[in-house]
Write a protein of this length. Structure first.
Lengths: 319, 319
C-alpha cells in the first residue's frame, strides 16, 4: 500500500505488474533508476501492490537483472506490498533474501507452454513447489513471504489451443496440496471471455476454497480485458493484476497487447464507487515517467488520452 | 439480416453503425460506392442490421449527403435490416420515402447537448416526436418503419457533466408517450461504467417496459466499452450498436475513440457461445474494405491485430 490508502478500506486490490510482466516482454531494458522512479510514483499515487520484477537468470531475461535491488528499494516504501515472480526454488530464495512480501511461481496449465516457459512438466513443477514450501516452512514467520502459484495459460494456450478446465482444476488442487497458500488464474494469451472467466473462477473456488483464489491476471490481447475483469469481480475476485499503459505484449505481433491497462481499470473501478485507494489524477501522471524511460514503446489505454469526464469523482456513477 | 443467418436464431443483434456514427465524425468523405461495398461486405459476413446514414441537411454533414441512395441500395440486400438516423420530421419523411426499415431520432438527455446537436430543447423534441408519430400513423403498415428514440448523453454529457437518472427516466417515459415504439440508451460521450449501465437499464425498463428498451449504443472512449456491453447484456439488452474498426470519435481528441469495435464485440459474443449470425473470419476481412476507402483514418480493435485464438470456434469457451 502506498501513501494514500488503508489496505483494509480497499474494495479491489489493483496489483501493478508492469515492472515485471510489462518490461520482460519488451526488448528495451529500463534503467534501474527509472524503474525505481516508476515504483515510487505509483506507490505515491496509492497503488497498494507492485510486482517489481522476476528472479530469473539474468542470461534469460536481462531486463530483470536488477530485481534484487528493486525489491530492497521497494520494501522501504511505507505500506507498499512488494511482490515478485520466481520460476523455481533458487528464485524464491533470492526473493526471500531481498525481503519480498509475496512470491509467485508461474505454473502453466498447458504442458507445452510449461516446457517452453520453465523447461519443466507439471510433475516437476509440483515437486519444485513442495521444495519451496519446505524451505519457506523453515523460515521464521516474519521473513516468510506469501507463496502463490499463478496458473498460466488457464484459459487457452497459443501452442495447444483450448486448455481443458479439468486440467486447471486438477492443477489448482495439486498446487494447494503442495503448499501454495493461494492460486491465481492467468489469461497469459488473452484468449479468455467473460463467460469462461466466470465459470472457471467458480469451479476453481469450489475446488480449493474461496479464500485460496482471490486474484486473476488478465491480458487485453483481444480487447476483452476489462469485460473479463468485471466477470471476475462479480464472481468474488478481489485482486486484479494490471500494467500501466498496458505495456508488454509481443513486439512481433502488433496489437497483441499486454496486460489490462491500470489507468482504464482504476477509472472503471473508481467510477463504480469501488475503492482502490488510488488517486486517478496522480496515477495518470505516472504515465509520463514510464514514457520517458521507454522512448518509442507502445503504450495503451483510453482514459489517459480522453481524460477524466467532466465532473468526475469516485463513485459518481452510483447515485 | 445478411446472407448467413436466420434472425430468429440470433442471441444478440449486433447493429453496425459505422457508416453513420463512424463516418459522420470523420472529416474525410467516403465515396458512395465505397460505402456500398462496405455495407455489402458486412451483410455478406452475416451482420443483420446496418445503420447506413443520417438524414440530416447535407450542409451540416456532407459526409451523409448520399443517405437516400444508400438506403435504396441496402434494402435490396436480402434479409438486411436497414436503419437510419433522422433528427426531425423532414428526415423521417426522407427515410420513409427511401424505404428504411427503422428510423432513430436522437434526443439528448442533456438540454445543453440537445441544443448543440439539434437546436431544440426537450419540449420541442417531444413535439417533433408527436408529429412524426402522427405522420407515420397515416402510412400503410408495410411502409411504416420502426420508430425509435435514442436517448443521447444518457450517462453523462461533456458540457453538463453528470446527467441525473431521473431526467433520463422522465424523458424515456415521455418519448414512449409521444409515440416511439422503442427507446435506446446512448453513452454518447463514453462516460458510462458497468454499474451505471446496469442500474439505468434496469430503471428505464421498469419505467417503460422491458420490450421498449432492448438496445444500447456504447462508445469506447475510456476503454470500458465491452465491459459496459456485458453489463447491458446481463440486464437483458439484446441489441448492441458497434462500429467496424471503432471508427469515429473526435479528430481533435486523440484516443477519444468511437463506438465499441464490431470485431472485438463479435469475438466476445461468439466466444461465449452467443450467436450473432456473423462469420468472424469474413467480418475481419471487411476491415480492408474500410481501410482502403479511408486512408489514414485511425482504426481500433485488438482482435483484428491479434487474430483469432488457436483452435477457436464459436462457443469454444462454453464447454
Amino acid at each position: 500500500m502506498g501513501a494514500g490508502a488503508d489496505r483494509m478500506s480497499i474494495d479491489v486490490l489493483v496489483s501493478e505488474v508492469g515492472p515485471r510482466d510489462g518490461l520482460q516482454s519488451l526488448k528495451a531494458i529500463m534503467p534501474t533508476e527509472a524503474k525505481k522512479a516508476w515504483i515510487r510514483a505509483e506507490a505515491d499515487a496509492g497503488v497498494p501492490e507492485i510486482e517489481v520484477g522476476s528472479f530469473v537468470p539474468p542470461k534469460l531475461l536481462p531486463q530483470m537483472a536488477d530485481c534484487e535491488e528493486l525489491v530492497r528499494y521497494a520494501v522501504t516504501i511505507p505500506g507498499l506490498h512488494v511482490t515478485t515472480l520466481a520460476p523455481n526454488l533458487k528464485g524464491v530464495e533470492r526473493a526471500v533474501a531481498a525481503g519480498a512480501h509475496k512470491v509467485s511461481i508461474p505454473v502453466s496449465a498447458s504442458e507445452t507452454h510449461s516446457q517452453a516457459n520453465v523447461r519443466r512438466n507439471h510433475a516437476e513443477m509440483l515437486q519444485e513447489v513442495r521444495r519451496i514450501n519446505e524451505m519457506l516452512g523453515e523460515l521464521p514467520e516474519e521473513r516468510r513471504p506469501v507463496f502463490e502459484a499463478g496458473i498460466a495459460t488457464a484459459f487457452g494456450c497459443t501452442m495447444e489451443g483450448p486448455v481443458p478446465e479439468g486440467k486447471v482444476l486438477e492443477l489448482a488442487h495439486a498446487l494447494v496440496e503442495a503448499g501454495c497458500r493461494e492460486v491465481g488464474l492467468s489469461d497469459t494469451t488473452g484468449y479468455a471471455n467473460p463467460a469462461q472467466i466466470r465459470r472457471l473462477v467458480r469451479m476453481v473456488r469450489a475446488e480449493i476454497g474461496e479464500e485460496k483464489l482471490t486474484g486473476v491476471h488478465l491480458h487485453n490481447t483481444r480487447g476483452l480485458g476489462l469485460a473479463n475483469a468485471m466477470a471476475a469481480l462479480e464472481e468474488g475476485i478481489t485482486t486484479l493484476d494490471s500494467s500501466l499503459g498496458g505495456i508488454g505484449g509481443c513486439p512481433f505481433a502488433p496489437g497483441a497487447s499486454g496486460n489490462i491497462v491500470t489507468e482504464d481499470l482504476v477509472f472503471m473501478l473508481e467510477s463504480m464507487g469501488l475503492n482502490t485507494g488510488i488517486n486517478l489524477d496522480r496515477l495518470l501522471k505516472v504515465r509520463d515517467v514510464v514514457a520517458e524511460a521507454l522512448p518509442g514503446a507502445e503504450m495503451y489505454g483510453f482514459t489517459p488520452e480522453a481524460g477524466l469526464p467532466l465532473g468526475f469523482h469516485p463513485g459518481w456513477g452510483t447515485t
